[in-house]
Design a protein around this ligand. Structure first.
Ligand SMILES: Cc1cc2nc3c(=O)[nH]c(=O)nc-3n(C[C@H](O)[C@H](O)[C@H](O)COP(=O)(O)OP(=O)(O)OC[C@H]3O[C@@H](n4cnc5c(N)ncnc54)[C@H](O)[C@@H]3O)c2cc1C
Length: 385
């Protein structure tokens, strides 16, 4: 698919990732969906192919190609398996880049290369039983004790949680001030005493994902494992969320595209009233609307990604891309299901899986309502209000 939006090099890269996804991931996608097995081996192959390291420099095993390349990877992998891309994104886009940007050289040396090669799996721990959208209400505490911090608290809905080797944990280090000014981030190894998995949540979709409730019961973490400065964790979190949202938007474009292609194929193969169903305006206009939303979602995602690569602020653009692309993905996957009729409601047809998978994404990574809050806040801020 040659696109005028991308450079020749980017278009070629897309072809490469697409071929990889079809060869190495697609043959396993149905089995992952059927058995809900965590796709660790598939992730390893993704790492070997170099698709875990677009945001990490070559020094630590990545390609350093940046956010546009990351969005190409996310779109192409999501098109064949949304759950493989979500599991990949958490380790390579949410865990690794904050360590790369804000971590010490020693932390980078130790933790990045195994993550980029997918020999180890990463996760990010923000959400808690009582803390979701309002991350500033965080309760998990990290109390300094000599050269260590002692982390106590619970984290809920942590993707890769029970499978992760390392978790970037956000915790309060100064409870006397507001969380924004008293939060820090730490790399925690899940083999350390005091860490436990309470349970893996049972999910509506994204079968094969492991999204877990975790407990930190006095986990002792070396002070050197702090990512960024003490009490400046909120800035690390905000920086991470721009890339996370842009990657999630790209993933939404990928699985929307997959549903869209199924709908087109069905609309030319299925005949009713003596005509292909595409001949009915009720169907063909759905195709037109899906295509338009898909194009808009990709443009918005690309805008956010290019801004990140250029070092420009991208908070509004990343939030808007995530809001639009994930909303569009729900509409597109649902409409694709409608176009495929009774077939679409069966497990033989991928649209029912794509619709369930897509449903997550106006919640995870920040809800649609919170994206709107961020967008309006940035608009007023830009104008000095
Ligand atoms: C499958 C899955 C995977 C996840 N993975 C991770 C992960 O890896 N790491 C991690 O830290 N978290 C993860 N999350 C957590 C996710 O980020 C939160 O679920 C999300 O931020 C919303 O928090 P909440 O579920 O507590 O909902 P709440 O914050 O309780 O919100 C409930 C409802 O109220 C609305 N609402 C809340 N505040 C406002 C407001 N100010 N204005 C308007 N509406 C508002 C919300 O939009 C939502 O509709 C995951 C969640 C899921 C479901």
């Amino acid at each position: 698919m040659l696109s005028v939006l991308y450079t020749e090099e980017e278009n070629l890269f897309r072809e490469e990732v697409k071929a990889f996804a079809e060869r190495e991931i697609a043959p396993h996608a149905d089995e992952i969906e059927r058995t809900a097995e965590y796709p660790r081996e598939v992730l390893r192959r993704v790492g070997q192919a170099g698709y875990m390291g677009a945001l990490i420099s070559e020094e630590y095993g990545g390609t350093g190609k940046g956010m546009v390349w990351e969005t190409i990877i996310a779109e192409e992998i999501s098109a064949v398996s949304p759950v493989v891309d979500v599991s990949r994104g958490v380790t390579s886009v949410y865990f690794a880049p904050p360590v790369f940007k804000f971590g010490s050289d020693a932390l980078k040396e130790k933790y990045l290369t195994p993550i980029v090669r997918a020999e180890k799996i990463g996760a990010i721990g923000i959400t808690e039983p009582d803390v979701g959208s309002d991350t500033a209400g965080m309760k998990t505490q990290a109390v300094k004790d000599g050269d260590e911090y002692v982390i106590t608290g619970e984290k809920r809905f942590i993707t890769n949680g029970s499978q992760a080797d390392y978790i970037l944990v956000f915790a309060i280090t100064d409870p006397s001030v507001k969380a924004r000014k008293g939060m820090s981030a730490f790399v925690v190894e899940t083999s350390w005493p005091g860490f436990s998995v309470v349970e893996d949540h049972e999910l509506m979709g994204m079968r094969g994902a492991r999204v877990s409730h975790l407990k930190f019961d006095g986990v002792r973490v070396p002070a050197s494992h702090m990512v960024g400065e003490e009490n400046r964790g909120f800035a690390v979190l905000m920086d991470e969320l721009d890339t996370e949202r842009t990657s999630l938007a790209a993933g939404a474009v990928g699985y929307s595209r997959a549903a869209f292609e199924i709908a087109i194929k069905h609309s030319v193969e299925r005949t009713q009233f003596g005509r292909e169903i595409r001949a009915f305006e009720g169907i063909s206009f759905k195709i037109a609307e899906m295509a338009t939303k898909l194009d808009a979602a990709r443009l918005m995602t690309l805008q956010a990604a290019r801004r990140i690569d250029m070092g420009l602020p991208a908070t509004r653009q990343g939030a808007a891309a995530k809001l639009f692309a994930t909303d569009a993905a729900q509409e597109i996957t649902y409409e694709a299901l409608q176009v495929t009729g009774g077939d679409g409601y069966t497990k033989q047809n991928r649209t029912e899986q794509l619709a369930r998978d897509a449903r997550l994404m106006t919640i995870g990574g920040g809800t649609a309502e919170i994206m709107k809050y961020i967008i309006q806040r940035e608009i007023y801020k830009d104008r000095g209000y």
